[in-house]
Design a binder for this molecule. Structure first.
Ligand code: NI
Length: 182
């Protein structure tokens, strides 16, 4: 029987704190939490299950969203219709980025933000992320476009930053001439 995660919303101050690096390999409890997150995010992107379990669709989650101040992020990317790839990164770091900036045309969403917030969030079009898997093996991921946005969004959570912090309040929308909208 699947039970949905208890995700904290942005009224909780824990979401504004900086998470701590984790020691590796992770313990069984953290590994179980990661499996639960993967299941939740995958189900949330499959209509049948998102309706059955009343899940808001989301492709990423960071540990602080569960009230755990640990530098662990999970992304479940539907790279092709019905096909998912999971990314779990402990102590992730962006080690390089493109100069090109993009933004999701429809804006970003977050499982901790239960309201619509309009505006473009400028992000690097491409990033290289380094970190460790759950067993402590070093990993390196190159991400572009939507996946690049997802990594930047989730790593922001580890530093207490929410996507709407990055929306320019005076000028929340960009034109295609300013940055590429995807
Ligand atoms: Ni989020």
């Amino acid at each position: 029987m699947f039970k949905s995660l208890n995700i904290l919303d942005d009224s909780h101050k824990v979401l504004r704190q900086v998470s701590k690096e984790v020691k590796l390999p992770l313990d069984d409890k953290d590994k179980a939490t990661i499996e639960h997150i993967i299941k939740h995010l995958t189900y949330s992107q499959i209509e049948e299950y998102s309706e059955k379990y009343d899940l808001r669709p989301g492709m990423g989650l960071a540990f602080p969203q569960l009230g755990k101040l640990k530098r662990i992020i999970v992304i479940v990317d539907e790279y092709e219709e019905g096909k998912f790839k999971n990314y779990v990164v402990c102590n992730p770091e962006i080690v390089s980025n493109s100069t090109e900036i993009i933004a999701a045309e429809a804006g970003e969403g977050c499982l901790s933000v239960n309201r619509e917030i309009e505006g473009h969030v400028p992000r690097y079009a491409r990033v290289t992320v380094e970190g460790y898997d759950v067993d402590g093996k070093k990993i390196k991921i190159r991400a572009r476009e939507e996946l690049s946005i997802a990594f930047q969004h989730e790593i922001d959570h580890l530093n207490g930053i929410l996507f709407y912090d990055r929306i320019d309040k005076k000028k929340p929308f960009y034109s295609e001439k300013e940055i590429r909208l995807i």
